[in-house]
Design a protein. Structure first.
Length: 467
């Protein structure tokens, strides 16, 4: 927190006292002093700046934003003030505004390292992976020992499919900051993608040792244990997550798969019978599908706005990176509104369900969307959406079928490799066509059947994610 540029209103003693309280993390006293000073000297920027920061740390994000807006208005040339407001905007999910504030901060102070790092994170989240890499590297040129930037860069490199570089970047972060739990987790994710399951397990365990309530790391660990057939450790971890109230797609999926693989039925807190909650509807009967969905999807696929995300599950196809619904695009707002409307209908139809994913539906959720296009012979391997709650697919173009099952969506309780008799893996084939919308619990394993056609098979996929 920098010192004020003007001292014409409160005394220097008052300012120093306020700064001392803030720097020693005495949040209540800081808030009281900053509030009094901002009331007595409303045009004194430093009081608003401190008040915004302390409200942010207290979790009062909306109040923090108001104070920070006042701070920027009073000192528009203060790069740190623009950076501070971007932090709040980013937390509120207003990424476009946060990006603008960060760029303003960097125009005023190009060596603001944290601003480069946070800008890169926004660029990564909105699918501009190459720009994100550039921004992370700018931060690292200025501060080569910036562990957070090394770890974050590792994530971006993983998304770009440069797994060896991603591993090296995460290991560099850990070398700089051995107790960096997030970096150990990021390394674990990269090693998982590389198929180094024993090393991925070790990295996740290290992240958990540093942060026992790191449930994302525990979920990844659970997947590592299952794939390595470490039955005892797997059930120990699964039962722990369930006892901790971890209702999510990963525990839901692996509870189903464990029943197939080990014949052990346990209470599934997410969804015991996910195949009963698959919904298939025709959007063309209610909406102008060509205008709302097809034209928008084709515009995004033929433009240069989005980078491709590396996707080792995808054969003969490509997937956009980031989240379509974070783009500053008015047409996509209409798409999002329709999806939310259909989700509301889905929930209304299932209002009497006692399954966890319905009874514990998040009070607030965001949508993450991406496009997948496949060429002839293309398919998606079996998988689930780890971070999803409810998943969906809108079929922008399904080529004419050369065989009855060509290009169809298949959902099942697990993967065929989970059982010796694949007939035990109950599933359903959904005969999708252009205009189809399919909704299903994110714990369901799903894959697609290969197709043969000169046309591309194009899908807008999305997840409901807990906000």
């Amino acid at each position: 927190m920098g010192t004020p540029q003007e001292s014409s209103s409160p005394s220097q003693h008052q300012v120093d006292r306020l700064l001392e309280h803030y720097q020693t993390c005495r949040l209540e006293e800081t808030e009281t002093l900053a509030t009094l000073m901002s009331q007595e000297f409303p045009n004194h920027q430093f009081a608003w700046k401190v008040l915004g920061a302390v409200l942010q740390q207290s979790g009062r994000t909306t109040e923090s934003l108001i104070a920070k807006q006042r701070s920027v208005a009073l000192a528009p040339q203060d790069a740190e003030a623009h950076y501070n407001i971007s932090v709040t905007l980013q937390e509120l999910g207003r990424l476009g505004e946060a990006e603008s504030s960060l760029r303003q901060a960097l125009s005023l102070q190009p060596d603001l390292i944290e601003a480069h790092n946070n800008l890169a994170t926004i660029l990564n989240d909105t699918g501009r992976l190459y720009e994100a890499e550039t921004s992370y590297r700018k931060a690292l040129i200025m501060e080569p020992h910036f562990a957070d930037a090394h770890s974050n860069l590792g994530n971006t490199l993983k998304e770009l499919g440069r797994l060896d570089e991603a591993e090296a970047s995460c290991r560099r972060a850990i070398a700089l900051k051995i107790d960096f739990a997030d970096a150990h987790y990021n390394l674990g994710n990269t090693l998982y993608e590389l198929g180094k399951l024993d090393e991925a397990e070790a990295s996740c365990r290290q992240a958990i040792a540093l942060k026992p309530d790191f449930f994302l790391a525990r979920q990844r660990l659970l997947q590592c244990l299952f794939l390595q057939d470490k039955k005892s450790s797997f059930f120990e971890q699964l039962n722990f997550l369930i006892s901790e109230g971890q209702t999510n797609a990963v525990t839901g999926s692996l509870a189903c798969r464990a029943a197939l693989k080990y014949g052990v039925e346990i209470v599934n807190p997410f969804c015991m019978h996910p195949l009963e909650y698959v919904s298939h509807i025709d959007l063309t009967s209610e909406y102008d599908f060509e205008r709302v969905f097809v034209s928008q999807a084709m515009s995004l696929l033929t433009g240069n706005m989005l980078a491709e995300r590396s996707q080792n599950l995808l054969i003969s196809g490509k997937q956009t990176s980031g989240n379509l619904f974070e783009l500053q695009n008015e047409a996509l707002k209409e798409v999002e509104a329709i999806i939310r409307k259909e989700i509301d209908k889905y929930r209304l139809e299932l209002k009497d369900s006692t399954e966890g994913f319905m009874t514990q539906w998040p009070s607030e959720y965001t949508l993450k969307g991406w496009l997948i296009s496949m060429k002839s012979g293309g398919r998606l391997k079996p998988h689930i959406h780890n971070g999803g709650w409810l998943s969906g697919s809108i079929y922008i173009n399904v080529p004419p079928k050369s065989a009855a099952n060509s290009g169809n969506l298949n959902v099942s309780l697990g993967e065929d490799k989970d059982v010796t008799d694949i007939h035990l893996n109950t599933g359903e084939t959904i005969n999708v066509k252009t205009g189809s919308l399919v909704l299903f619990p994110s714990s369901l394993t799903h894959h697609t059947t290969p197709f043969q056609s000169e046309q591309e098979r194009i899908v807008l996929a999305f997840d409901v994610k807990v906000k």
